[in-house]
Design a binder for this molecule. Structure first.
Ligand code: GDP
Ligand code: MG
Length: 223
């Protein structure tokens, strides 16, 4: 049996839980490019992915209220690694390499392309992958490919719109509907899109609450 579908609008319980979780101080654990690098910590894990420049670093920083959390991912050698952070010993945040640009030498990219499906298939504590979409650009082919992979690997996924401050309101509204419809094709997709902006903090509390919701359910395989 799979976990029950989350409610379209989140219960206050998850906001309270999120306050607790995101009060914790984030610590960099390590960068990983192979399964044996992954820490054997008994904590739920949440991952973030998206195209390069989608606003992932900014969003992660806003989520954990820490200015330079994601800077570490910019250091040479780390851009094509899965960067793992321990949030107050309650949660592991996994920052995936941005896709869409050839920013790394080919062997490094190939390494990640091999590791990614392994990670998605075998990381038992991974509860959800948040796929970030730039509100001004919408869903691109590479995003669809990522969604397809997440479906294939049976990983729970949720779309997050970024930079909503610089997109037109009707465009954002339209995408929220579209994301809901997309869940018909992708049953692993939570049918609620979270509209955010790191500039204005729009949706940041809501996203924290969705993270809390994601880690509150036992993984499907454990039921
Ligand atoms: N208007 C606006 N710009 C943003 C927002 N978040 C990030 N950006 C800009 O988008 C660019 C890429 O951001 P970054 O967080 O480094 O993206 P990453 O490559 O996905 O990690 C930078 O110029 C940011 O200033 C946002 O919420 N609103
Ligand atoms: Mg970044």
């Amino acid at each position: 049996m799979t976990a029950a579908a989350p409610e379209p609008s989140l219960s206050a319980v998850y906001y309270t839980l999120a306050d607790k979780i995101f009060n914790g101080a984030p610590r960099f654990i390590r960068g990983a490019s192979a399964m044996e690098h992954l820490p054997a910590l008994a904590m739920p894990e949440i991952a973030f992915c998206g195209r390069s420049n989608v606003g992932k670093s900014s969003l992660l920083n806003s989520l954990v209220r820490f200015k330079n959390l994601a800077r570490v991912a910019k250091t040479p050698g780390r851009t094509q690694e899965l960067n793992l952070f321990n949030l107050g010993d309650r949660l592991i945040l996994a920052d995936m390499p941005g896709y869409g640009y050839a920013t790394a030498p080919e062997p490094v990219q190939l390494k990640w392309q091999k590791f990614l499906p392994e990670y998605l298939a075998a990381r038992d504590q991974l509860r959800r992958v948040f796929l970030l979409i730039d509100a001004r650009h919408g869903l691109r082919d590479t995003d669809r490919q990522m969604l397809g992979l997440l479906l294939e690997m049976q990983v729970s996924a949720q779309l997050v719109l970024t930079k909503c401050d610089s997109a037109k309101a009707p465009q954002v509204e339209e995408f929220l509907h579209y994301g809901h419809e997309l869940a018909a094709d992708f049953p692993n997709l939570v049918p609620v899109v979270v509209a955010t902006s790191s500039k204005t903090d729009q949706g940041i509390r809501e996203l924290r609450a969705w993270v809390a919701e994601a880690i509150s359910h036992a993984p499907a395989s454990a039921e």
